[in-house]
Design a protein around this ligand. Structure first.
Ligand code: CUO
Length: 806
């Protein structure tokens, strides 16, 4: 991989620090032509270059090129928020992406980036450079750092950053322990919506959504960037699945389905207070108060003037198109919405993208829905507020109204699906193939899925601008499940080997009140778990498939982009798709949470005829493991059937059992949730800003999680003995914590079965603290106590042989 290509990744490092400062762990500096320095630094450019260049280990000379016209993207103030969905911002992004893509080689792109990084809004710059890297032929092998690393402020409680800055300033790089990101910090449990905050605010889910929109931009002068195979249908399907998953998650928590935001004049009952700060804008993200209503927008600063009535007009035209099953073109001709491509056209019209057949007429319904909601607190800019979380693809899924909006959007798509004829038996059946049964082998016993909490870590150092260098880890808690295996008994009576496509779905059996679901409702809540091609020998056979192989999800390491998970050397052919492969539902969220006493679900398996499903194409070298929601890079969607098949259309069946053809089978299962926390065994967490910066990274310095003994499953009744001694070393911080949380004894411990610290370890380096009693720690903690402790916001653990700050 050329150095220039690799150096592009340095622009993601500490995005608001000027690129004449040292970048990356290798202390690289860009040697800028004088005229690249912004006016305010120009008179001191030599001093600056000397100051940051004296101990740099890599100097990167920058070509002085003739710069393109950047006036449009530079209109967005440096300290502003950036939204893909605000039309003016979209125009700026489209322009900048086109400029980046049009640079004749990587050296010129690098030169332009160094100029832009000093002037262009960091969110806009980062988004456009990411899209360009994903779509330029000569940069496809690059591994863009996860957005959670570059802009962690979009994903985490800002208090974490204060603590992280403290840690990075006080503690030498090798000895830093993770900062804990609190869970459930955005509202009290009085707000029933808070029961599903773990889903809405999951970092992996929000990263997936951001990444999906990065992979599927809706505007570009280069049409090929947008015109991906079935992208409109995928917009519909991926968001439909999000709504199905969220609805099921609500049912698990005894909540009703999300109410559709169908009346744009009605107040939105649920409020949302994001408790996020924008590090770039130096502002808190504005809240959306309960009972607020969307209003006409007139914000000269964003060059938006649009009325709610316009949204209604677009909606009515969309409905009219479905009613007539045809779309009106600019020239007045009508194009039918057929069975094959109708949903794709509607998806593009709804979002909308440049592929919309008549964008002037059908407008921008979905995107502007986000915009109206995100400006509902300040539609005329009188309070000088920026948009709320609904305005940003990295944060939108945090807000309950996201699901109300997308559930409504999905209802509109369903109106079209309702007009299609139900699948006939010959479309559903696979003659000669019978699925005798489907079942699940799991740690919870037959047909019982198990879920619980897990703690994992992400790297923050790259996003902590203007602080000392080095790795800073953050530990967060998320839902996870025990791996399981599907077992499918198939009988092929055709007398010859066949190929089939196995389709696995899961749906709730009951709603939030425990009432059984009608098939018409259950059908729309079918969550795709997996889909794969399977050889079917003549006679009976057993198909076994591990949950981790899911075609919907990507592994934790891919969501969080650990360099170690890359296939092959950076820049080598096997790694070329790694960036695209960052798109995928996070595997830890494969299953809904379930309930402590088991939430009833039904598992559905179908084997369809591969001869009718297959798409002829070479998929070698592409990552195919999350194709269901993300498609394949530069390839066609690898399944000829409608997305969501066989549940994408209504069926006359009264029940799921009635719906089944012989090549299908179902199994009643349950999802049992344990309210306990386990630690992810991550080995070393490696940051990933390009090969040269990652070489050793802090891998040898990062607390080796592998040394922390994993307790297996922390069941609720397990008693854990504490043998490590933990102390407070920063009484000020502790005092703050105490008063915040009403805790008088904050120095608690995770037990030895979680951390393999011994008394000796803990006492070895600190004579003043001879035993754990003086640390204020109990001898023994139950798993429930540990769970309760580590979920406290700013729960600290400090061990006296290192400055462990959680
Ligand atoms: Cu992904 Cu509305 O499109 O959020």
């Amino acid at each position: 991989m050329s150095d220039a290509k690799k150096n592009l990744l340095l622009f993601f490092d500490r995005p608001t620090e000027p690129c004449f400062m040292q970048k990356g762990e290798n202390k690289s500096i860009f040697q800028l032509p004088d005229n690249y320095y912004p006016e305010k630094y120009r008179s001191t450019s030599n001093t600056i270059a000397d100051r940051f260049g004296s101990d740099a280990t890599q100097t990167i000379p920058i070509r002085n090129i003739s710069l393109p016209n950047l006036s449009l993207p530079m209109q967005l103030p440096y300290n502003s928020q950036f939204s893909l969905w605000v039309p003016k911002h979209k125009e700026m992004a489209t322009k900048l992406i086109d400029i980046f893509i049009g640079m004749r080689d990587v050296e010129d792109l690098q030169s332009l980036c160094s100029y832009c990084q000093l002037r262009i809004n960091p969110y806009l710059f980062n988004y456009c450079l990411s899209v360009a890297i994903l779509h330029r032929e000569d940069t496809k092998g690059l591994n863009i750092p996860t957005f959670a690393e570059t802009f962690p402020d979009k994903f985490m409680d800002p208090k974490v950053f204060r603590k992280a800055r403290e840690v990075s300033t006080v503690v030498p790089s090798g000895n830093r322990m993770p900062v804990v990101i609190p869970q459930n910090y955005t509202a009290s449990e009085w707000d029933q919506e808070q029961r599903v905050a773990y889903f809405r605010e999951d970092i992996g889910i929000n990263l997936h959504h951001w990444h999906w929109h990065l992979v599927y931009p809706f505007d570009s002068a280069d049409r090929t960037i947008v015109a991906k195979d079935r992208r409109g249908e995928l917009f519909y399907y991926m968001h439909q699945q999000i709504v199905a998953r969220y609805t099921t998650e609500r049912f698990c928590n005894k909540l009703g389905a999300p109410r559709r935001f169908s009346n744009f004049r009605e107040p939105i009952e649920e409020g949302y207070f994001p408790k996020l700060d924008s590090q770039v804008a130096s502002r808190a993200w504005p809240p959306r108060f309960a009972g607020s209503t969307i209003r006409d927008i007139d914000r000269p600063v964003d060059q938006i003037r649009v009325d709610v009535a316009q949204l209604e007009t677009w909606r009515d035209r969309f409905l009219d198109a479905i009613d007539k099953m045809s779309v009106m073109l600019k020239n007045g001709r009508r194009v039918p919405l057929d069975e094959e491509t109708g949903i794709d056209m509607l998806g593009n019209m709804m979002e909308s993208s440049i592929l919309s057949p008549n964008r002037d007429f059908y407008g921008d319904l979905h995107n502007m829905g986000h915009v109206f909601i995100s400006y509902s607190h300040d539609p005329d800019h009188r309070n000088l507020e920026q948009f709320g979380v609904m305005g940003d693809s990295a944060t939108a899924m945090r807000d309950p109204v996201f699901y109300r909006w997308h559930a409504y959007v999905d209802d509109l798509f369903q109106l079209y699906k309702n007009k299609l004829p139900p699948y006939t038996t010959d479309k559903l059946d696979f003659p000669g193939v019978r699925v005798a049964s489907v079942s699940v082998e799991s740690s919870g016993g037959p047909n019982v899925f198990r879920t619980q909490w897990e703690q994992s870590t992400v790297e923050l150092g790259r996003g902590l601008d203007f602080t000392p260098r080095g790795s800073v880890l953050a530990r967060f808690t998320h839902l996870t499940h025990d791996d399981f295996t599907y077992v499918i008994e198939v009988n092929n009576t055709s007398g010859a080997a066949l190929m089939g496509t196995v389709r696995l779905f899961l749906a709730p059996a009951a709603d939030g009140a425990g009432a059984p679901l009608a098939f018409a409702d259950q059908r729309r809540l079918m969550i795709e778990l997996d889909k794969f091609t399977q050889a079917l020998p003549a006679g009976s056979s057993t198909v076994r498939r591990r949950s981790a192989q899911s075609s919907v999800t990507i592994p934790y390491e891919r969501t969080f982009r650990r360099q170690a998970a890359r296939p092959g050397e950076p820049g080598a052919a096997p790694a070329a798709d790694f960036d695209f492969c960052g798109c995928g539902w996070p595997h830890h969220m494969l299953l809904p949470k379930g309930a402590p006493d088991g939430f009833p679900v039904v598992l559905f398996a179908m084997v369809s005829n591969w001869a009718e499903d297959r798409v002829e194409q070479d998929t070698a070298g592409t990552c195919t493991d999350a194709a269901s929601y993300c498609g394949l890079r530069d390839r066609r969607y690898p399944d000829r059937r409608a997305m969501g098949f066989p549940f994408d259309r209504p069926a006359p069946a009264a029940s799921l059992a009635d719906f089944l053809t012989p090549n299908m089978s179902v199994r009643d299962c349950s999802i049992r949730f344990s309210d306990a926390v386990r630690q992810r065994q991550q080995g070393s967490v490696t940051s990933n800003a390009g090969a040269s910066q990652t070489s050793n990274n802090q891998a040898s310095n990062i607390p080796p999680f592998a040394n922390f003994t994993h307790s297996g499953n922390l069941t609720q009744n397990t008693n854990l003995t504490q043998t490590g001694s933990l102390i407070t070393q920063n009484e000020d911080s502790i005092q703050n914590v105490s008063s915040q949380n009403g805790l008088t004894d904050i120095t608690h411990v995770l037990a030895s079965s979680v951390f393999s610290q011994t008394n000796n370890d803990c006492n070895r380096n600190n004579d003043k603290l001879p035993n754990s009693k003086e640390c204020g720690c109990k001898e023994t903690y139950t798993a429930e106590e540990i769970d309760a402790l580590i979920r406290k916001p700013y729960y600290y653990i400090k061990c006296n042989h290192k400055q462990h700050i959680f």
